[in-house]
Design a protein around this ligand. Structure first.
Ligand SMILES: [Zn+2]
Length: 290
C-alpha cells in the first residue's frame, strides 16, 4: 500500500519547533527483499531508512542525503540514500548472525558519516557522526547538536512489517526554546513504538503524541523505494574491474552477471556486450586525446 509510505511534516503553533513523522511499509519490505538480514541489522537498517528520509524531506534543493557506516567491525557497511523527491534505497553488509547483538556491539569500530549532495552545482558536504553506543537516534542527535547546531530530538522504530520515526528540531532564528518544553517533547517522542505506526504516519498519531500542544500538520509526502542503478553505471563497474578480469569471468561462465546490491536487479553481459563495453572505452579514450 503506497499510501502507507509517507512523511508528514508539521509545526507547533506555540513553540519554535518543527518536525516530521515518517512511516515506511512497502518501501521497507522492498528494501528487505533478497537480503537475509539478522534482526539487529534489520533494526538499524530500518532506523537508518527512517532517519535518512526525515533528513531528506527537509532539503530545499535538488539533491540527496546519504547515511553511511563503514569499518572493520561486525557492521562492515550500511548505506542509506534518499533524494529530495523521497526516492529511498539502502542496504547493509554485516557478519552479525546472533539475534542478541546490541547496537553498541554491532557498530564497534564503525565510522558513520552523513553526506549531503546538492547535485552538480556544489561539492557534497560531509559531516562525521560521532557514533553513540546507545542508538542511531542518539548518534544523530549528537550530530545535529554539534555539527549542524540545531538541537533535535529523534525517535526511530523498526518492525518486520514497517519502520518509521519522528524528528523534532528547534527552528533557528526563533525565540529561545523553553528547556522544560523541549525536554517534555523529547520524552513524548521517546514513547514511539513500532505498533504506534501500524496505521501509518497519521495526523491522529501526532495529536495523540502531542495532546497538550497545538500541532499544525502539512500535506503528507509519499516516499518510495527507488534504485538509481542504470545499465551505464554497471558498465562503469565492469570497466573499473578491467577488461582481463571481465573476460576471465566471461570465459568461465559464458556470460558476466552483475547484481545491484541495493535492488537485487541482475544484469547479464554476454561476449558481444563485453566487447561493446570495452570498445566504448577505447573510443572514449581516443576522443579524450583530441
Ligand atoms: Zn539497483
Amino acid at each position: 500500500m503506497a499510501d502507507r509510505d509517507t512523511i508528514l511534516p508539521f509545526v507547533f503553533d506555540r513553540l519554535p519547533v518543527r518536525g516530521a513523522l515518517v512511516q515506511l511499509e512497502s518501501a521497507w519490505q522492498r528494501m528487505l527483499q533478497g537480503h537475509e538480514y539478522s534482526a539487529p541489522v534489520a533494526e538499524v537498517l530500518g532506523h537508518a531508512a527512517s532517519a535518512t528520509s526525515l533528513l531528506a524531506q527537509s532539503l530545499k534543493f535538488d539533491g540527496s542525503v546519504t547515511l553511511q557506516f563503514s569499518g572493520d567491525g561486525p557492521l562492515s557497511m550500511l548505506v542509506m540514500q534518499c533524494t529530495d523527491s523521497l526516492d529511498l534505497r539502502g542496504m547493509a553488509i554485516s557478519t552479525v548472525n546472533a539475534e542478541s547483538t546490541s547496537f553498541a556491539e554491532l557498530v564497534t569500530g564503525a565510522r558513520c558519516a552523513v553526506t549531503i549532495d546538492a547535485g552538480a552545482m556544489e561539492r557534497p558536504y560531509q559531516g562525521i557522526v560521532d557514533v553513540s553506543p546507545d542508538s542511531l537516534a542518539a548518534s544523530l542527535e549528537n550530530y545535529f547538536d554539534q555539527s549542524v547546531q540545531i538541537p533535535s530530538h529523534l525517535a526511530l522504530a523498526t518492525s518486520a512489517s514497517h519502520c518509521g520515526g519522528i524528528v523534532l528540531q528547534q527552528m533557528p532564528g526563533e525565540l529561545p526554546m523553553n528547556e522544560d518544553d523541549w525536554r517534555r517533547l523529547g520524552f513524548l517522542i521517546a514513547t514511539l513504538r513500532p505498533d504506534d505506526l501500524v496505521d501509518g504516519a497519521t495526523t491522529m498519531l501526532l495529536h495523540k503524541l502531542f495532546a497538550e500542544d497545538d500541532v499544525r500538520v502539512f500535506n503528507a509526502r509519499p516516499v518510495r523505494f527507488h534504485c538509481r542503478c542504470t545499465q551505464s553505471r554497471v558498465e562503469e563497474v565492469l570497466r573499473f574491474l578491467g577488461e582481463s578480469e571481465t573476460r576471465a569471468a566471461l570465459a568461465e561462465n559464458g556470460n558476466v552477471e552483475v547484481t545491484c546490491e541495493y535492488c537485487g536487479r541482475m544484469r547479464s553481459f554476454d561476449a558481444i556486450d563485453v566487447g561493446r563495453v570495452f570498445s566504448d572505452q577505447a573510443l572514449t579514450g581516443t576522443s579524450r586525446l583530441h
